[in-house]
Design a protein around this ligand. Structure first.
Ligand code: ZN
Ligand code: ZN
Ligand code: ZN
Length: 254
């Protein structure tokens, strides 16, 4: 299995429009962060988790010609607003794109993308098959088994996704014990860490490191970072040895 990190930035992306901070002005490619998303691939199956506003750019950058399903963590715009760009995959495969997520999230898509779900959509509109998931109930896409895990994102309950040997948790504010128990000692953990200050709906770096301490993954990557986290090159050296800042384009082999 291979994980391809498509984007690692918070909702505004980095650089932030109009910002002149050191991170936003940095020439280091690792300081340029598109909106948070990952691609998970087995020999036969390709899945993308979240379709933010940079989805098209990410698929072009990584030359992804096959996507078997989209998994959604939650309904915030930086995780869904690229949905219209599934059309090339519809055209190539001549089938609906399966989109998995919480029922509440899929219902929200039907409001925000009403034209997709019209009884008579205009020709060329995206073709989506919305498939609701229950927390902790395993499901399959191709040869991959996946378990949706409940995590808390402020007052919102959202999904993380557990694969064999890999778990993806973004927009975390708290992880319930039931989910924690399922991921202890996992090989690879990707978890969000917004910046250094406290935030009402995201863990900061310190809180993320506390969770990592409890989960004890063999290796761990941080994602969904804001420009206030600091320069990749200077902040990476402050992390424990098994923890790294993820960056756009990072590939992890499992
Ligand atoms: Zn900035
Ligand atoms: Zn969010
Ligand atoms: Zn987000």
């Amino acid at each position: 299995m291979k994980i391809n990190v498509l984007g690692t930035g918070t909702s505004q992306g980095i650089p932030v429009i109009g910002c002149h901070c050191a991170v936003c002005r940095s020439n280091d490619p690792k300081d340029k962060r598109l909106r948070t998303s990952v691609l998970v691939r087995s020999d036969t199956t390709t899945i993308v988790i979240d379709v933010g506003p940079d989805f098209r750019q990410q698929m072009l950058r990584e030359q992804i010609e096959q996507v078997d399903a989209l998994l959604l963590t939650h309904e915030h715009n930086d995780h869904v607003s690229g949905l219209d760009d599934v059309r090339p995959y519809n055209f190539m495969t001549r089938r609906d794109m399966p989109v998995f997520g919480l029922e509440r999230v899929l219902d929200e898509l039907k409001v925000r993308f009403r034209y997709i779900f019209d009884d008579n959509p205009y020709p060329g509109a995206p073709r989506i098959k919305a498939i609701p998931l229950e927390p902790y109930l395993p499901f399959h896409v191709g040869d991959l088994q996946i378990v949706p895990l409940t995590i808390h994102h402020g007052s919102l309950d959202i999904f993380g996704y557990l694969f064999p040997h890999f778990v993806y948790l973004t927009d975390v504010k708290a992880i319930p014990d039931r989910s924690l128990e399922l991921i202890k000692g996992i090989d690879v953990l990707i978890i969000s860490a917004l910046h250094h200050k406290p935030h009402h709906s995201h863990i900061n770096l310190e809180e993320a490191l506390h969770y990592i301490e409890r989960i004890q993954p063999k290796s761990c990557y941080l994602t969904h970072m804001s420009h206030e986290m600091g320069l990749h090159a200077s902040i990476q050296s402050t992390l424990p040895s098994q923890v790294s800042f993820a960056y756009d384009g990072l590939e992890i082999n499992i």
